[in-house]
Design a protein around this ligand. Structure first.
Ligand code: FES
Ligand code: FES
Length: 382
C-alpha cells in the first residue's frame, strides 16, 4: 500500500480534533483501535450484528465496524473512553457492577454506550422497552437480566435529557494531528490488531467509494433490453423502492426508499442520465438526502448491454458514498446483500416487464430477505 492510496480523514474523537491518512477500506472501529489506540471499542462479529463496537457518532449510537472511517469524515465520535467523567455513564457503570450486568466484559463497552443512549433519550422506561432497545447488543454471558436491571435502576424516575453526547468535566477541543502513516511506522513495535476481515471481493473501494459490478443474464435479446432501458420510468419501476417524480431532458428527480429492520430511509434527490447508442451503455448519477436520518448518498450506476447467446448480458456497476448515520451500512456483506437483492429483483422485474407483465416487487427491501441473502452467501461460500 503506497501513501498515494491513502485518503485524509478528519474527525472529532472524544472532544479532540484528529486528522489522519487512512486506507479507504479502514473501518471506523479499526481506526479508533489501531490508529488512536482507543481499544475500549471492542470488535466481535465485524458484521454489524453483535453491537460490541457501538460508539456515539454525531449524537447517535452506531456500529463502528460497518462504517468506513472515510465516510465519517467531519463527524464527532465518542468512544467508551470519552465517557470517563460523564455523570450518567458513571451511574450506569456502578449499576452494572451492583446488578451483575457483566461477566467477561466483552460486550460491556457497547452495552454501556447503548444503555446511556436509552436512559438519556427515553428517561424512565419499562423493562420491555429496555429489552427492545437493547436488541442490537448481544451478550454471551449474563442472560441480560442483570443488564436490564442495571438500566432500570438508573433510569427510574429520570426525565429524558436532550444532549446525549458525553458531558465532560473539562470539555476542551485540542487540535492534535496524528498522521496515520507516521503513527504506524512509529508504532511498529506495538502489537497490531488482527487484519480486518476483507470486504467481499465483488466490492472494490479504489477511489474511496465502494463499487460493485454484477453481470445479469436476461432471456430477451439485446435490442429489446436496450429499448426497455430507454424508458426511465420503466427502469425505475423495476428497482425496489425507487420512484421517478420528474424528468426534464437529462435531469431526473426521484426518491428511493430503503427499509432495513428498524431503519427506514427515504432518499429524495436529483440526478442525470446519459446513454450512448454506439456502445449500448449508459450512466445514471445522482445524489439524495434522507431528512429523517440526515444521511446523504451520492452514487452512480453504469450499465452496458451485450449479446449473450440468444439473450443479453447486462453489466451493471454501482458505486456510492453514504454519509450521516446510515454510513454505518457502508461496508461488509450487508451492502453486498442489499446490492445483490436489488439487482436480483431488478432482473426479475425487467424480465417481467419485457414480457408484458407487471413488475412483481415494487416495495423496498426487507430485513429478512437480506439476512437470508447473507446466510445463503455464507453457506455457498464454504
Ligand atoms: S463488531 Fe459486532 S456489530 Fe460491530
Ligand atoms: S459480559 Fe460477556 S459477553 Fe456480555
Amino acid at each position: 500500500m503506497t501513501p498515494a492510496s491513502l485518503v485524509p480523514v478528519t474527525l472529532t474523537v472524544n472532544g479532540r480534533a484528529v486528522q489522519a491518512l487512512v486506507e479507504p477500506r479502514t473501518h471506523l472501529a479499526d481506526f479508533l483501535r489501531e490508529h488512536l489506540h482507543l481499544t475500549g471499542t471492542h470488535l466481535g462479529c465485524e458484521q454489524g450484528v453483535c453491537g460490541a463496537c457501538t460508539v456515539v457518532l454525531d449524537g447517535k449510537p452506531q456500529r463502528s465496524c460497518i462504517a468506513y472511517a472515510l465516510d465519517c469524515d467531519g463527524s464527532a465520535v465518542s468512544t467508551i473512553e470519552g465517557f470517563d467523567d460523564d455523570v450518567l455513564m458513571g451511574a450506569l457503570r456502578t449499576a452494572f457492577s451492583a446488578h451483575h450486568g457483566l461477566q467477561c466484559g466483552f460486550c460491556t463497552p457497547g452495552m454501556l454506550v447503548t444503555a446511556r443512549d436509552i436512559v438519556a433519550r427515553l428517561g424512565d422506561v419499562p423493562e420491555m422497552r429496555i429489552r427492545e432497545e437493547l436488541s442490537g447488543n448481544l451478550c454471551r454471558c449474563t442472560g441480560y437480566v442483570g443488564i436490564v436491571a442495571a438500566i432500570r435502576a438508573v433510569c427510574a424516575g429520570r426525565l429524558p435529557i436532550a444532549a446525549i453526547a458525553p458531558i465532560h468535566a473539562s470539555a476542551v477541543s485540542v487540535p492534535v494531528l496524528q498522521d496515520a502513516v507516521t503513527r504506524r511506522s512509529a508504532s511498529d513495535q506495538v502489537p497490531q490488531a488482527a487484519e480486518p476481515s476483507k470486504p467481499p471481493p465483488a466490492i472494490a473501494t479504489g477511489d474511496g467509494r465502494p463499487t460493485l459490478t454484477e453481470r445479469i443474464t436476461l432471456t430477451a435479446p439485446p435490442d429489446t433490453v436496450w429499448a426497455a432501458l430507454a424508458d426511465l420510468r420503466t427502469v425505475a419501476s423495476c428497482v425496489p423502492g425507487a420512484e421517478i417524480t420528474a424528468i426534464e431532458g437529462e435531469a431526473v428527480t426521484g426518491r428511493l426508499r430503503v427499509a432495513l429492520g428498524p431503519i427506514r430511509a427515504g432518499f429524495a434527490g436529483q440526478g442525470s442520465v446519459t446513454r450512448d447508442e454506439a456502445t449500448r451503455s449508459g450512466q445514471l448519477s445522482g445524489r439524495g438526502r434522507d431528512t429523517g436520518s440526515g444521511s446523504s448518498v451520492e452514487g452512480e450506476a453504469r450499465y452496458a448491454v451485450r449479446p449473450a447467446g440468444a439473450g443479453t448480458e447486462l453489466e451493471v456497476t454501482l458505486s456510492w458514498r453514504l454519509t450521516g448515520s446510515l454510513a454505518q451500512f457502508a461496508r461488509t456483506e450487508l451492502v453486498q446483500a442489499v446490492a445483490r437483492q436489488m439487482l436480483e429483483r431488478f432482473t426479475a422485474n425487467l424480465e417481467a416487464l419485457i414480457q408484458g407483465k407487471a413488475p412483481a416487487e415494487a416495495r423496498p427491501l426487507g430485513v429478512f430477505a437480506l439476512l437470508w441473502a447473507m446466510i445463503r452467501a455464507r453457506l455457498f461460500r464454504r
